[in-house]
Write a protein that binds this ligand. Structure first.
Ligand SMILES: [Mg+2]
Length: 477
């Protein structure tokens, strides 16, 4: 089981930014080649007690518009010293190397978050980690930090995939999506909790078509434990001609491929993904006649209704217990791009969409979550009809210049809200080894407590009840 993990980020490079599709400002859009009949009914289970549900605050609806209904308790711990005037600033915190180090809290982190909650200063947690549902991850983090956190202000690498479920007119809720990751079965469960209803994982395809990857029967036995029957055909696919089938004689058409976190079985995943990217209309077992045609843009590759390809995280490396960084999802992406380069004879770059820090789409999603969370806090403060003042600044506190700092520095808020990066010394950045940060932060601080103290002072935030932040942080040591 992977716990929140420290990462060393090295984006795959310029190629990773050659994105085939553009997310809209809100919500993210699934650029499908076909018009889909899509249900927009939200049926994600809502597990709060009914009495609590009746008491949901007005502001919670704002968060739900971004994240969907929550499945965990949400109230924040708020003390009696909260100022009446809402702050016009907020924070975004990376987790690994800022709040946690190898699953242990970094000194000052818990007190810092508790103080911000007490003061009703909004913040979000923004991580490139993933592989667990947000509810599970938040519960784990809350227990380790000793601070009550909620999914309302928590964004991990694949959280923005939620917005693909119900994109107007093009949502993937009732479309076939191929999902893979470190534990594809677990990733399927997460995707289904997000609202995707027709999730296929590599094991399903291998079980239905053993010849598609004619190696190692032991692997097939292992995959059989998580395989499900392929979904029945979509109405428009019944009777459609296709070289592949779902096992029942019907073609299996995949509309999107979602890489949730770091795949383990690269060979199988690369085989299946390249099959689909070379297919006709995303139908497994077909091959597009447009592939390689010199008279078509991009030689016709990925231009015949093939599924959109999404990666949740560009990190080439991540920092684990071993002395050197380990290959991450960015390495898988690079491997897939390399195979695609060979398959196309170098004629076409792999077209894909990459989110996760430092990409702006993730920062845009995070800002929407933060703004919704801020509305919730304001509503819960009993502000009545009093207008919430604009959000004038967000402080991004991170340990990685290539990810946290670069992302904040380059992000252009659609609301004109500047993001100021603060680099802490408690994580992957080591000035003795790496020298000056490749991306210059707005501030370098010893740790998260110092980072927040600097920002609070810069904002002129008054100490509450004589127990200012510095005193609180100092008590924790
Ligand atoms: Mg980090």
């Amino acid at each position: 089981m992977r716990i929140l993990r420290p990462r060393v980020v090295a984006p795959v490079g310029a190629a990773s930014r050659q994105l085939c599709h553009q997310f809209s400002s809100s919500p993210l859009r699934a650029p499908l080649a076909r018009t889909a009949s899509v249900s927009t009914t939200t049926t994600v289970p809502f597990t709060l007690a009914s009495s609590a549900a009746r008491c949901r605050r007005r502001g919670s609806a704002a968060a739900d518009r971004v994240l969907g209904p929550l499945t965990s308790s949400r109230p924040l711990s708020v003390g009696h010293e909260a100022p009446k005037q809402p702050p016009t600033f907020a924070f975004a915190f990376d987790i690994d190397g800022v709040l946690m180090h190898v699953a242990k809290p970094i000194p000052g982190a818990a007190r810092t978050l508790a103080y911000l909650q007490q003061q009703r200063i909004p913040f979000i947690l923004l991580t490139n980690g993933g592989g667990k549902h947000e509810t599970e991850r938040v519960a784990d983090l809350s227990a380790r930090l000793g601070v009550t956190l909620t999914t309302e202000n928590f964004v991990q690498s694949h959280t923005p995939f939620r917005e693909l479920v119900d994109s107007p007119g093009e949502g993937l809720r009732d479309r076939n999506v191929l999902v893979t990751g470190s534990d594809a079965a677990r990733c399927r469960a997460i995707a289904e909790q997000y609202g995707f209803r027709r999730v296929v994982i590599p094991a399903d395809i291998l079980a239905a078509h053993p010849d598609i990857f004619p190696f190692d029967p032991l692997m097939r036995e292992r995959y059989a434990a998580t395989a499900r029957a392929l979904p029945p055909p979509l109405p428009e696919d019944v009777g459609a001609a296709g070289g592949g089938s779902s096992g029942g004689g019907h073609p299996l058409r995949i509309d999107a491929i979602l890489v949730f976190d770091d795949p383990r079985d690269w060979a199988l995943d690369i085989q299946l993904i390249t099959d689909l990217l070379a297919s006709r209309g995303g139908v497994l077992g077909t091959y597009s006649r447009r592939n390689g045609r010199p008279d078509l843009p991009g030689r016709g590759w990925q231009a015949d209704g093939q599924p959109a390809l999404y990666f949740s995280n560009p990190d080439l490396h991540w920092s684990a217990g071993y002395r050197h960084p380990r290959l991450g999802q960015g390495a898988f992406q690079a491997a897939l791009a390399g195979v695609w380069h060979e398959l196309t004879g170098g004629q076409a770059a792999l077209r894909r969409t990459v989110i996760g820090k430092p990409h702006g789409r993730t920062y845009g999603f995070a800002e929407r979550v933060l703004r919704a969370h801020r509305e919730t806090l304001w509503a819960s403060a009993g502000a009545g009809e009093q207008k919430l003042p604009p959000l004038r600044r967000v402080y991004m506190v991170g340990d990685n210049p290539a990810s946290d700092v670069r992302g904040a520095n380059e992000y252009a808020s659609p609301h004109g809200t500047p993001w100021t990066s603060i680099l802490v010394r408690t994580g992957v950045w080591d000035p003795d080894r790496a020298g000056a940060p490749a991306h210059q932060p707005g501030r370098i601080a010893d740790d998260v407590a110092a980072a927040v103290a600097w920002a609070l002072e810069r904002e002129g935030w008054p100490a509450a009840g004589g127990a200012g932040f510095d005193a609180l942080a100092a008590r924790e040591g």
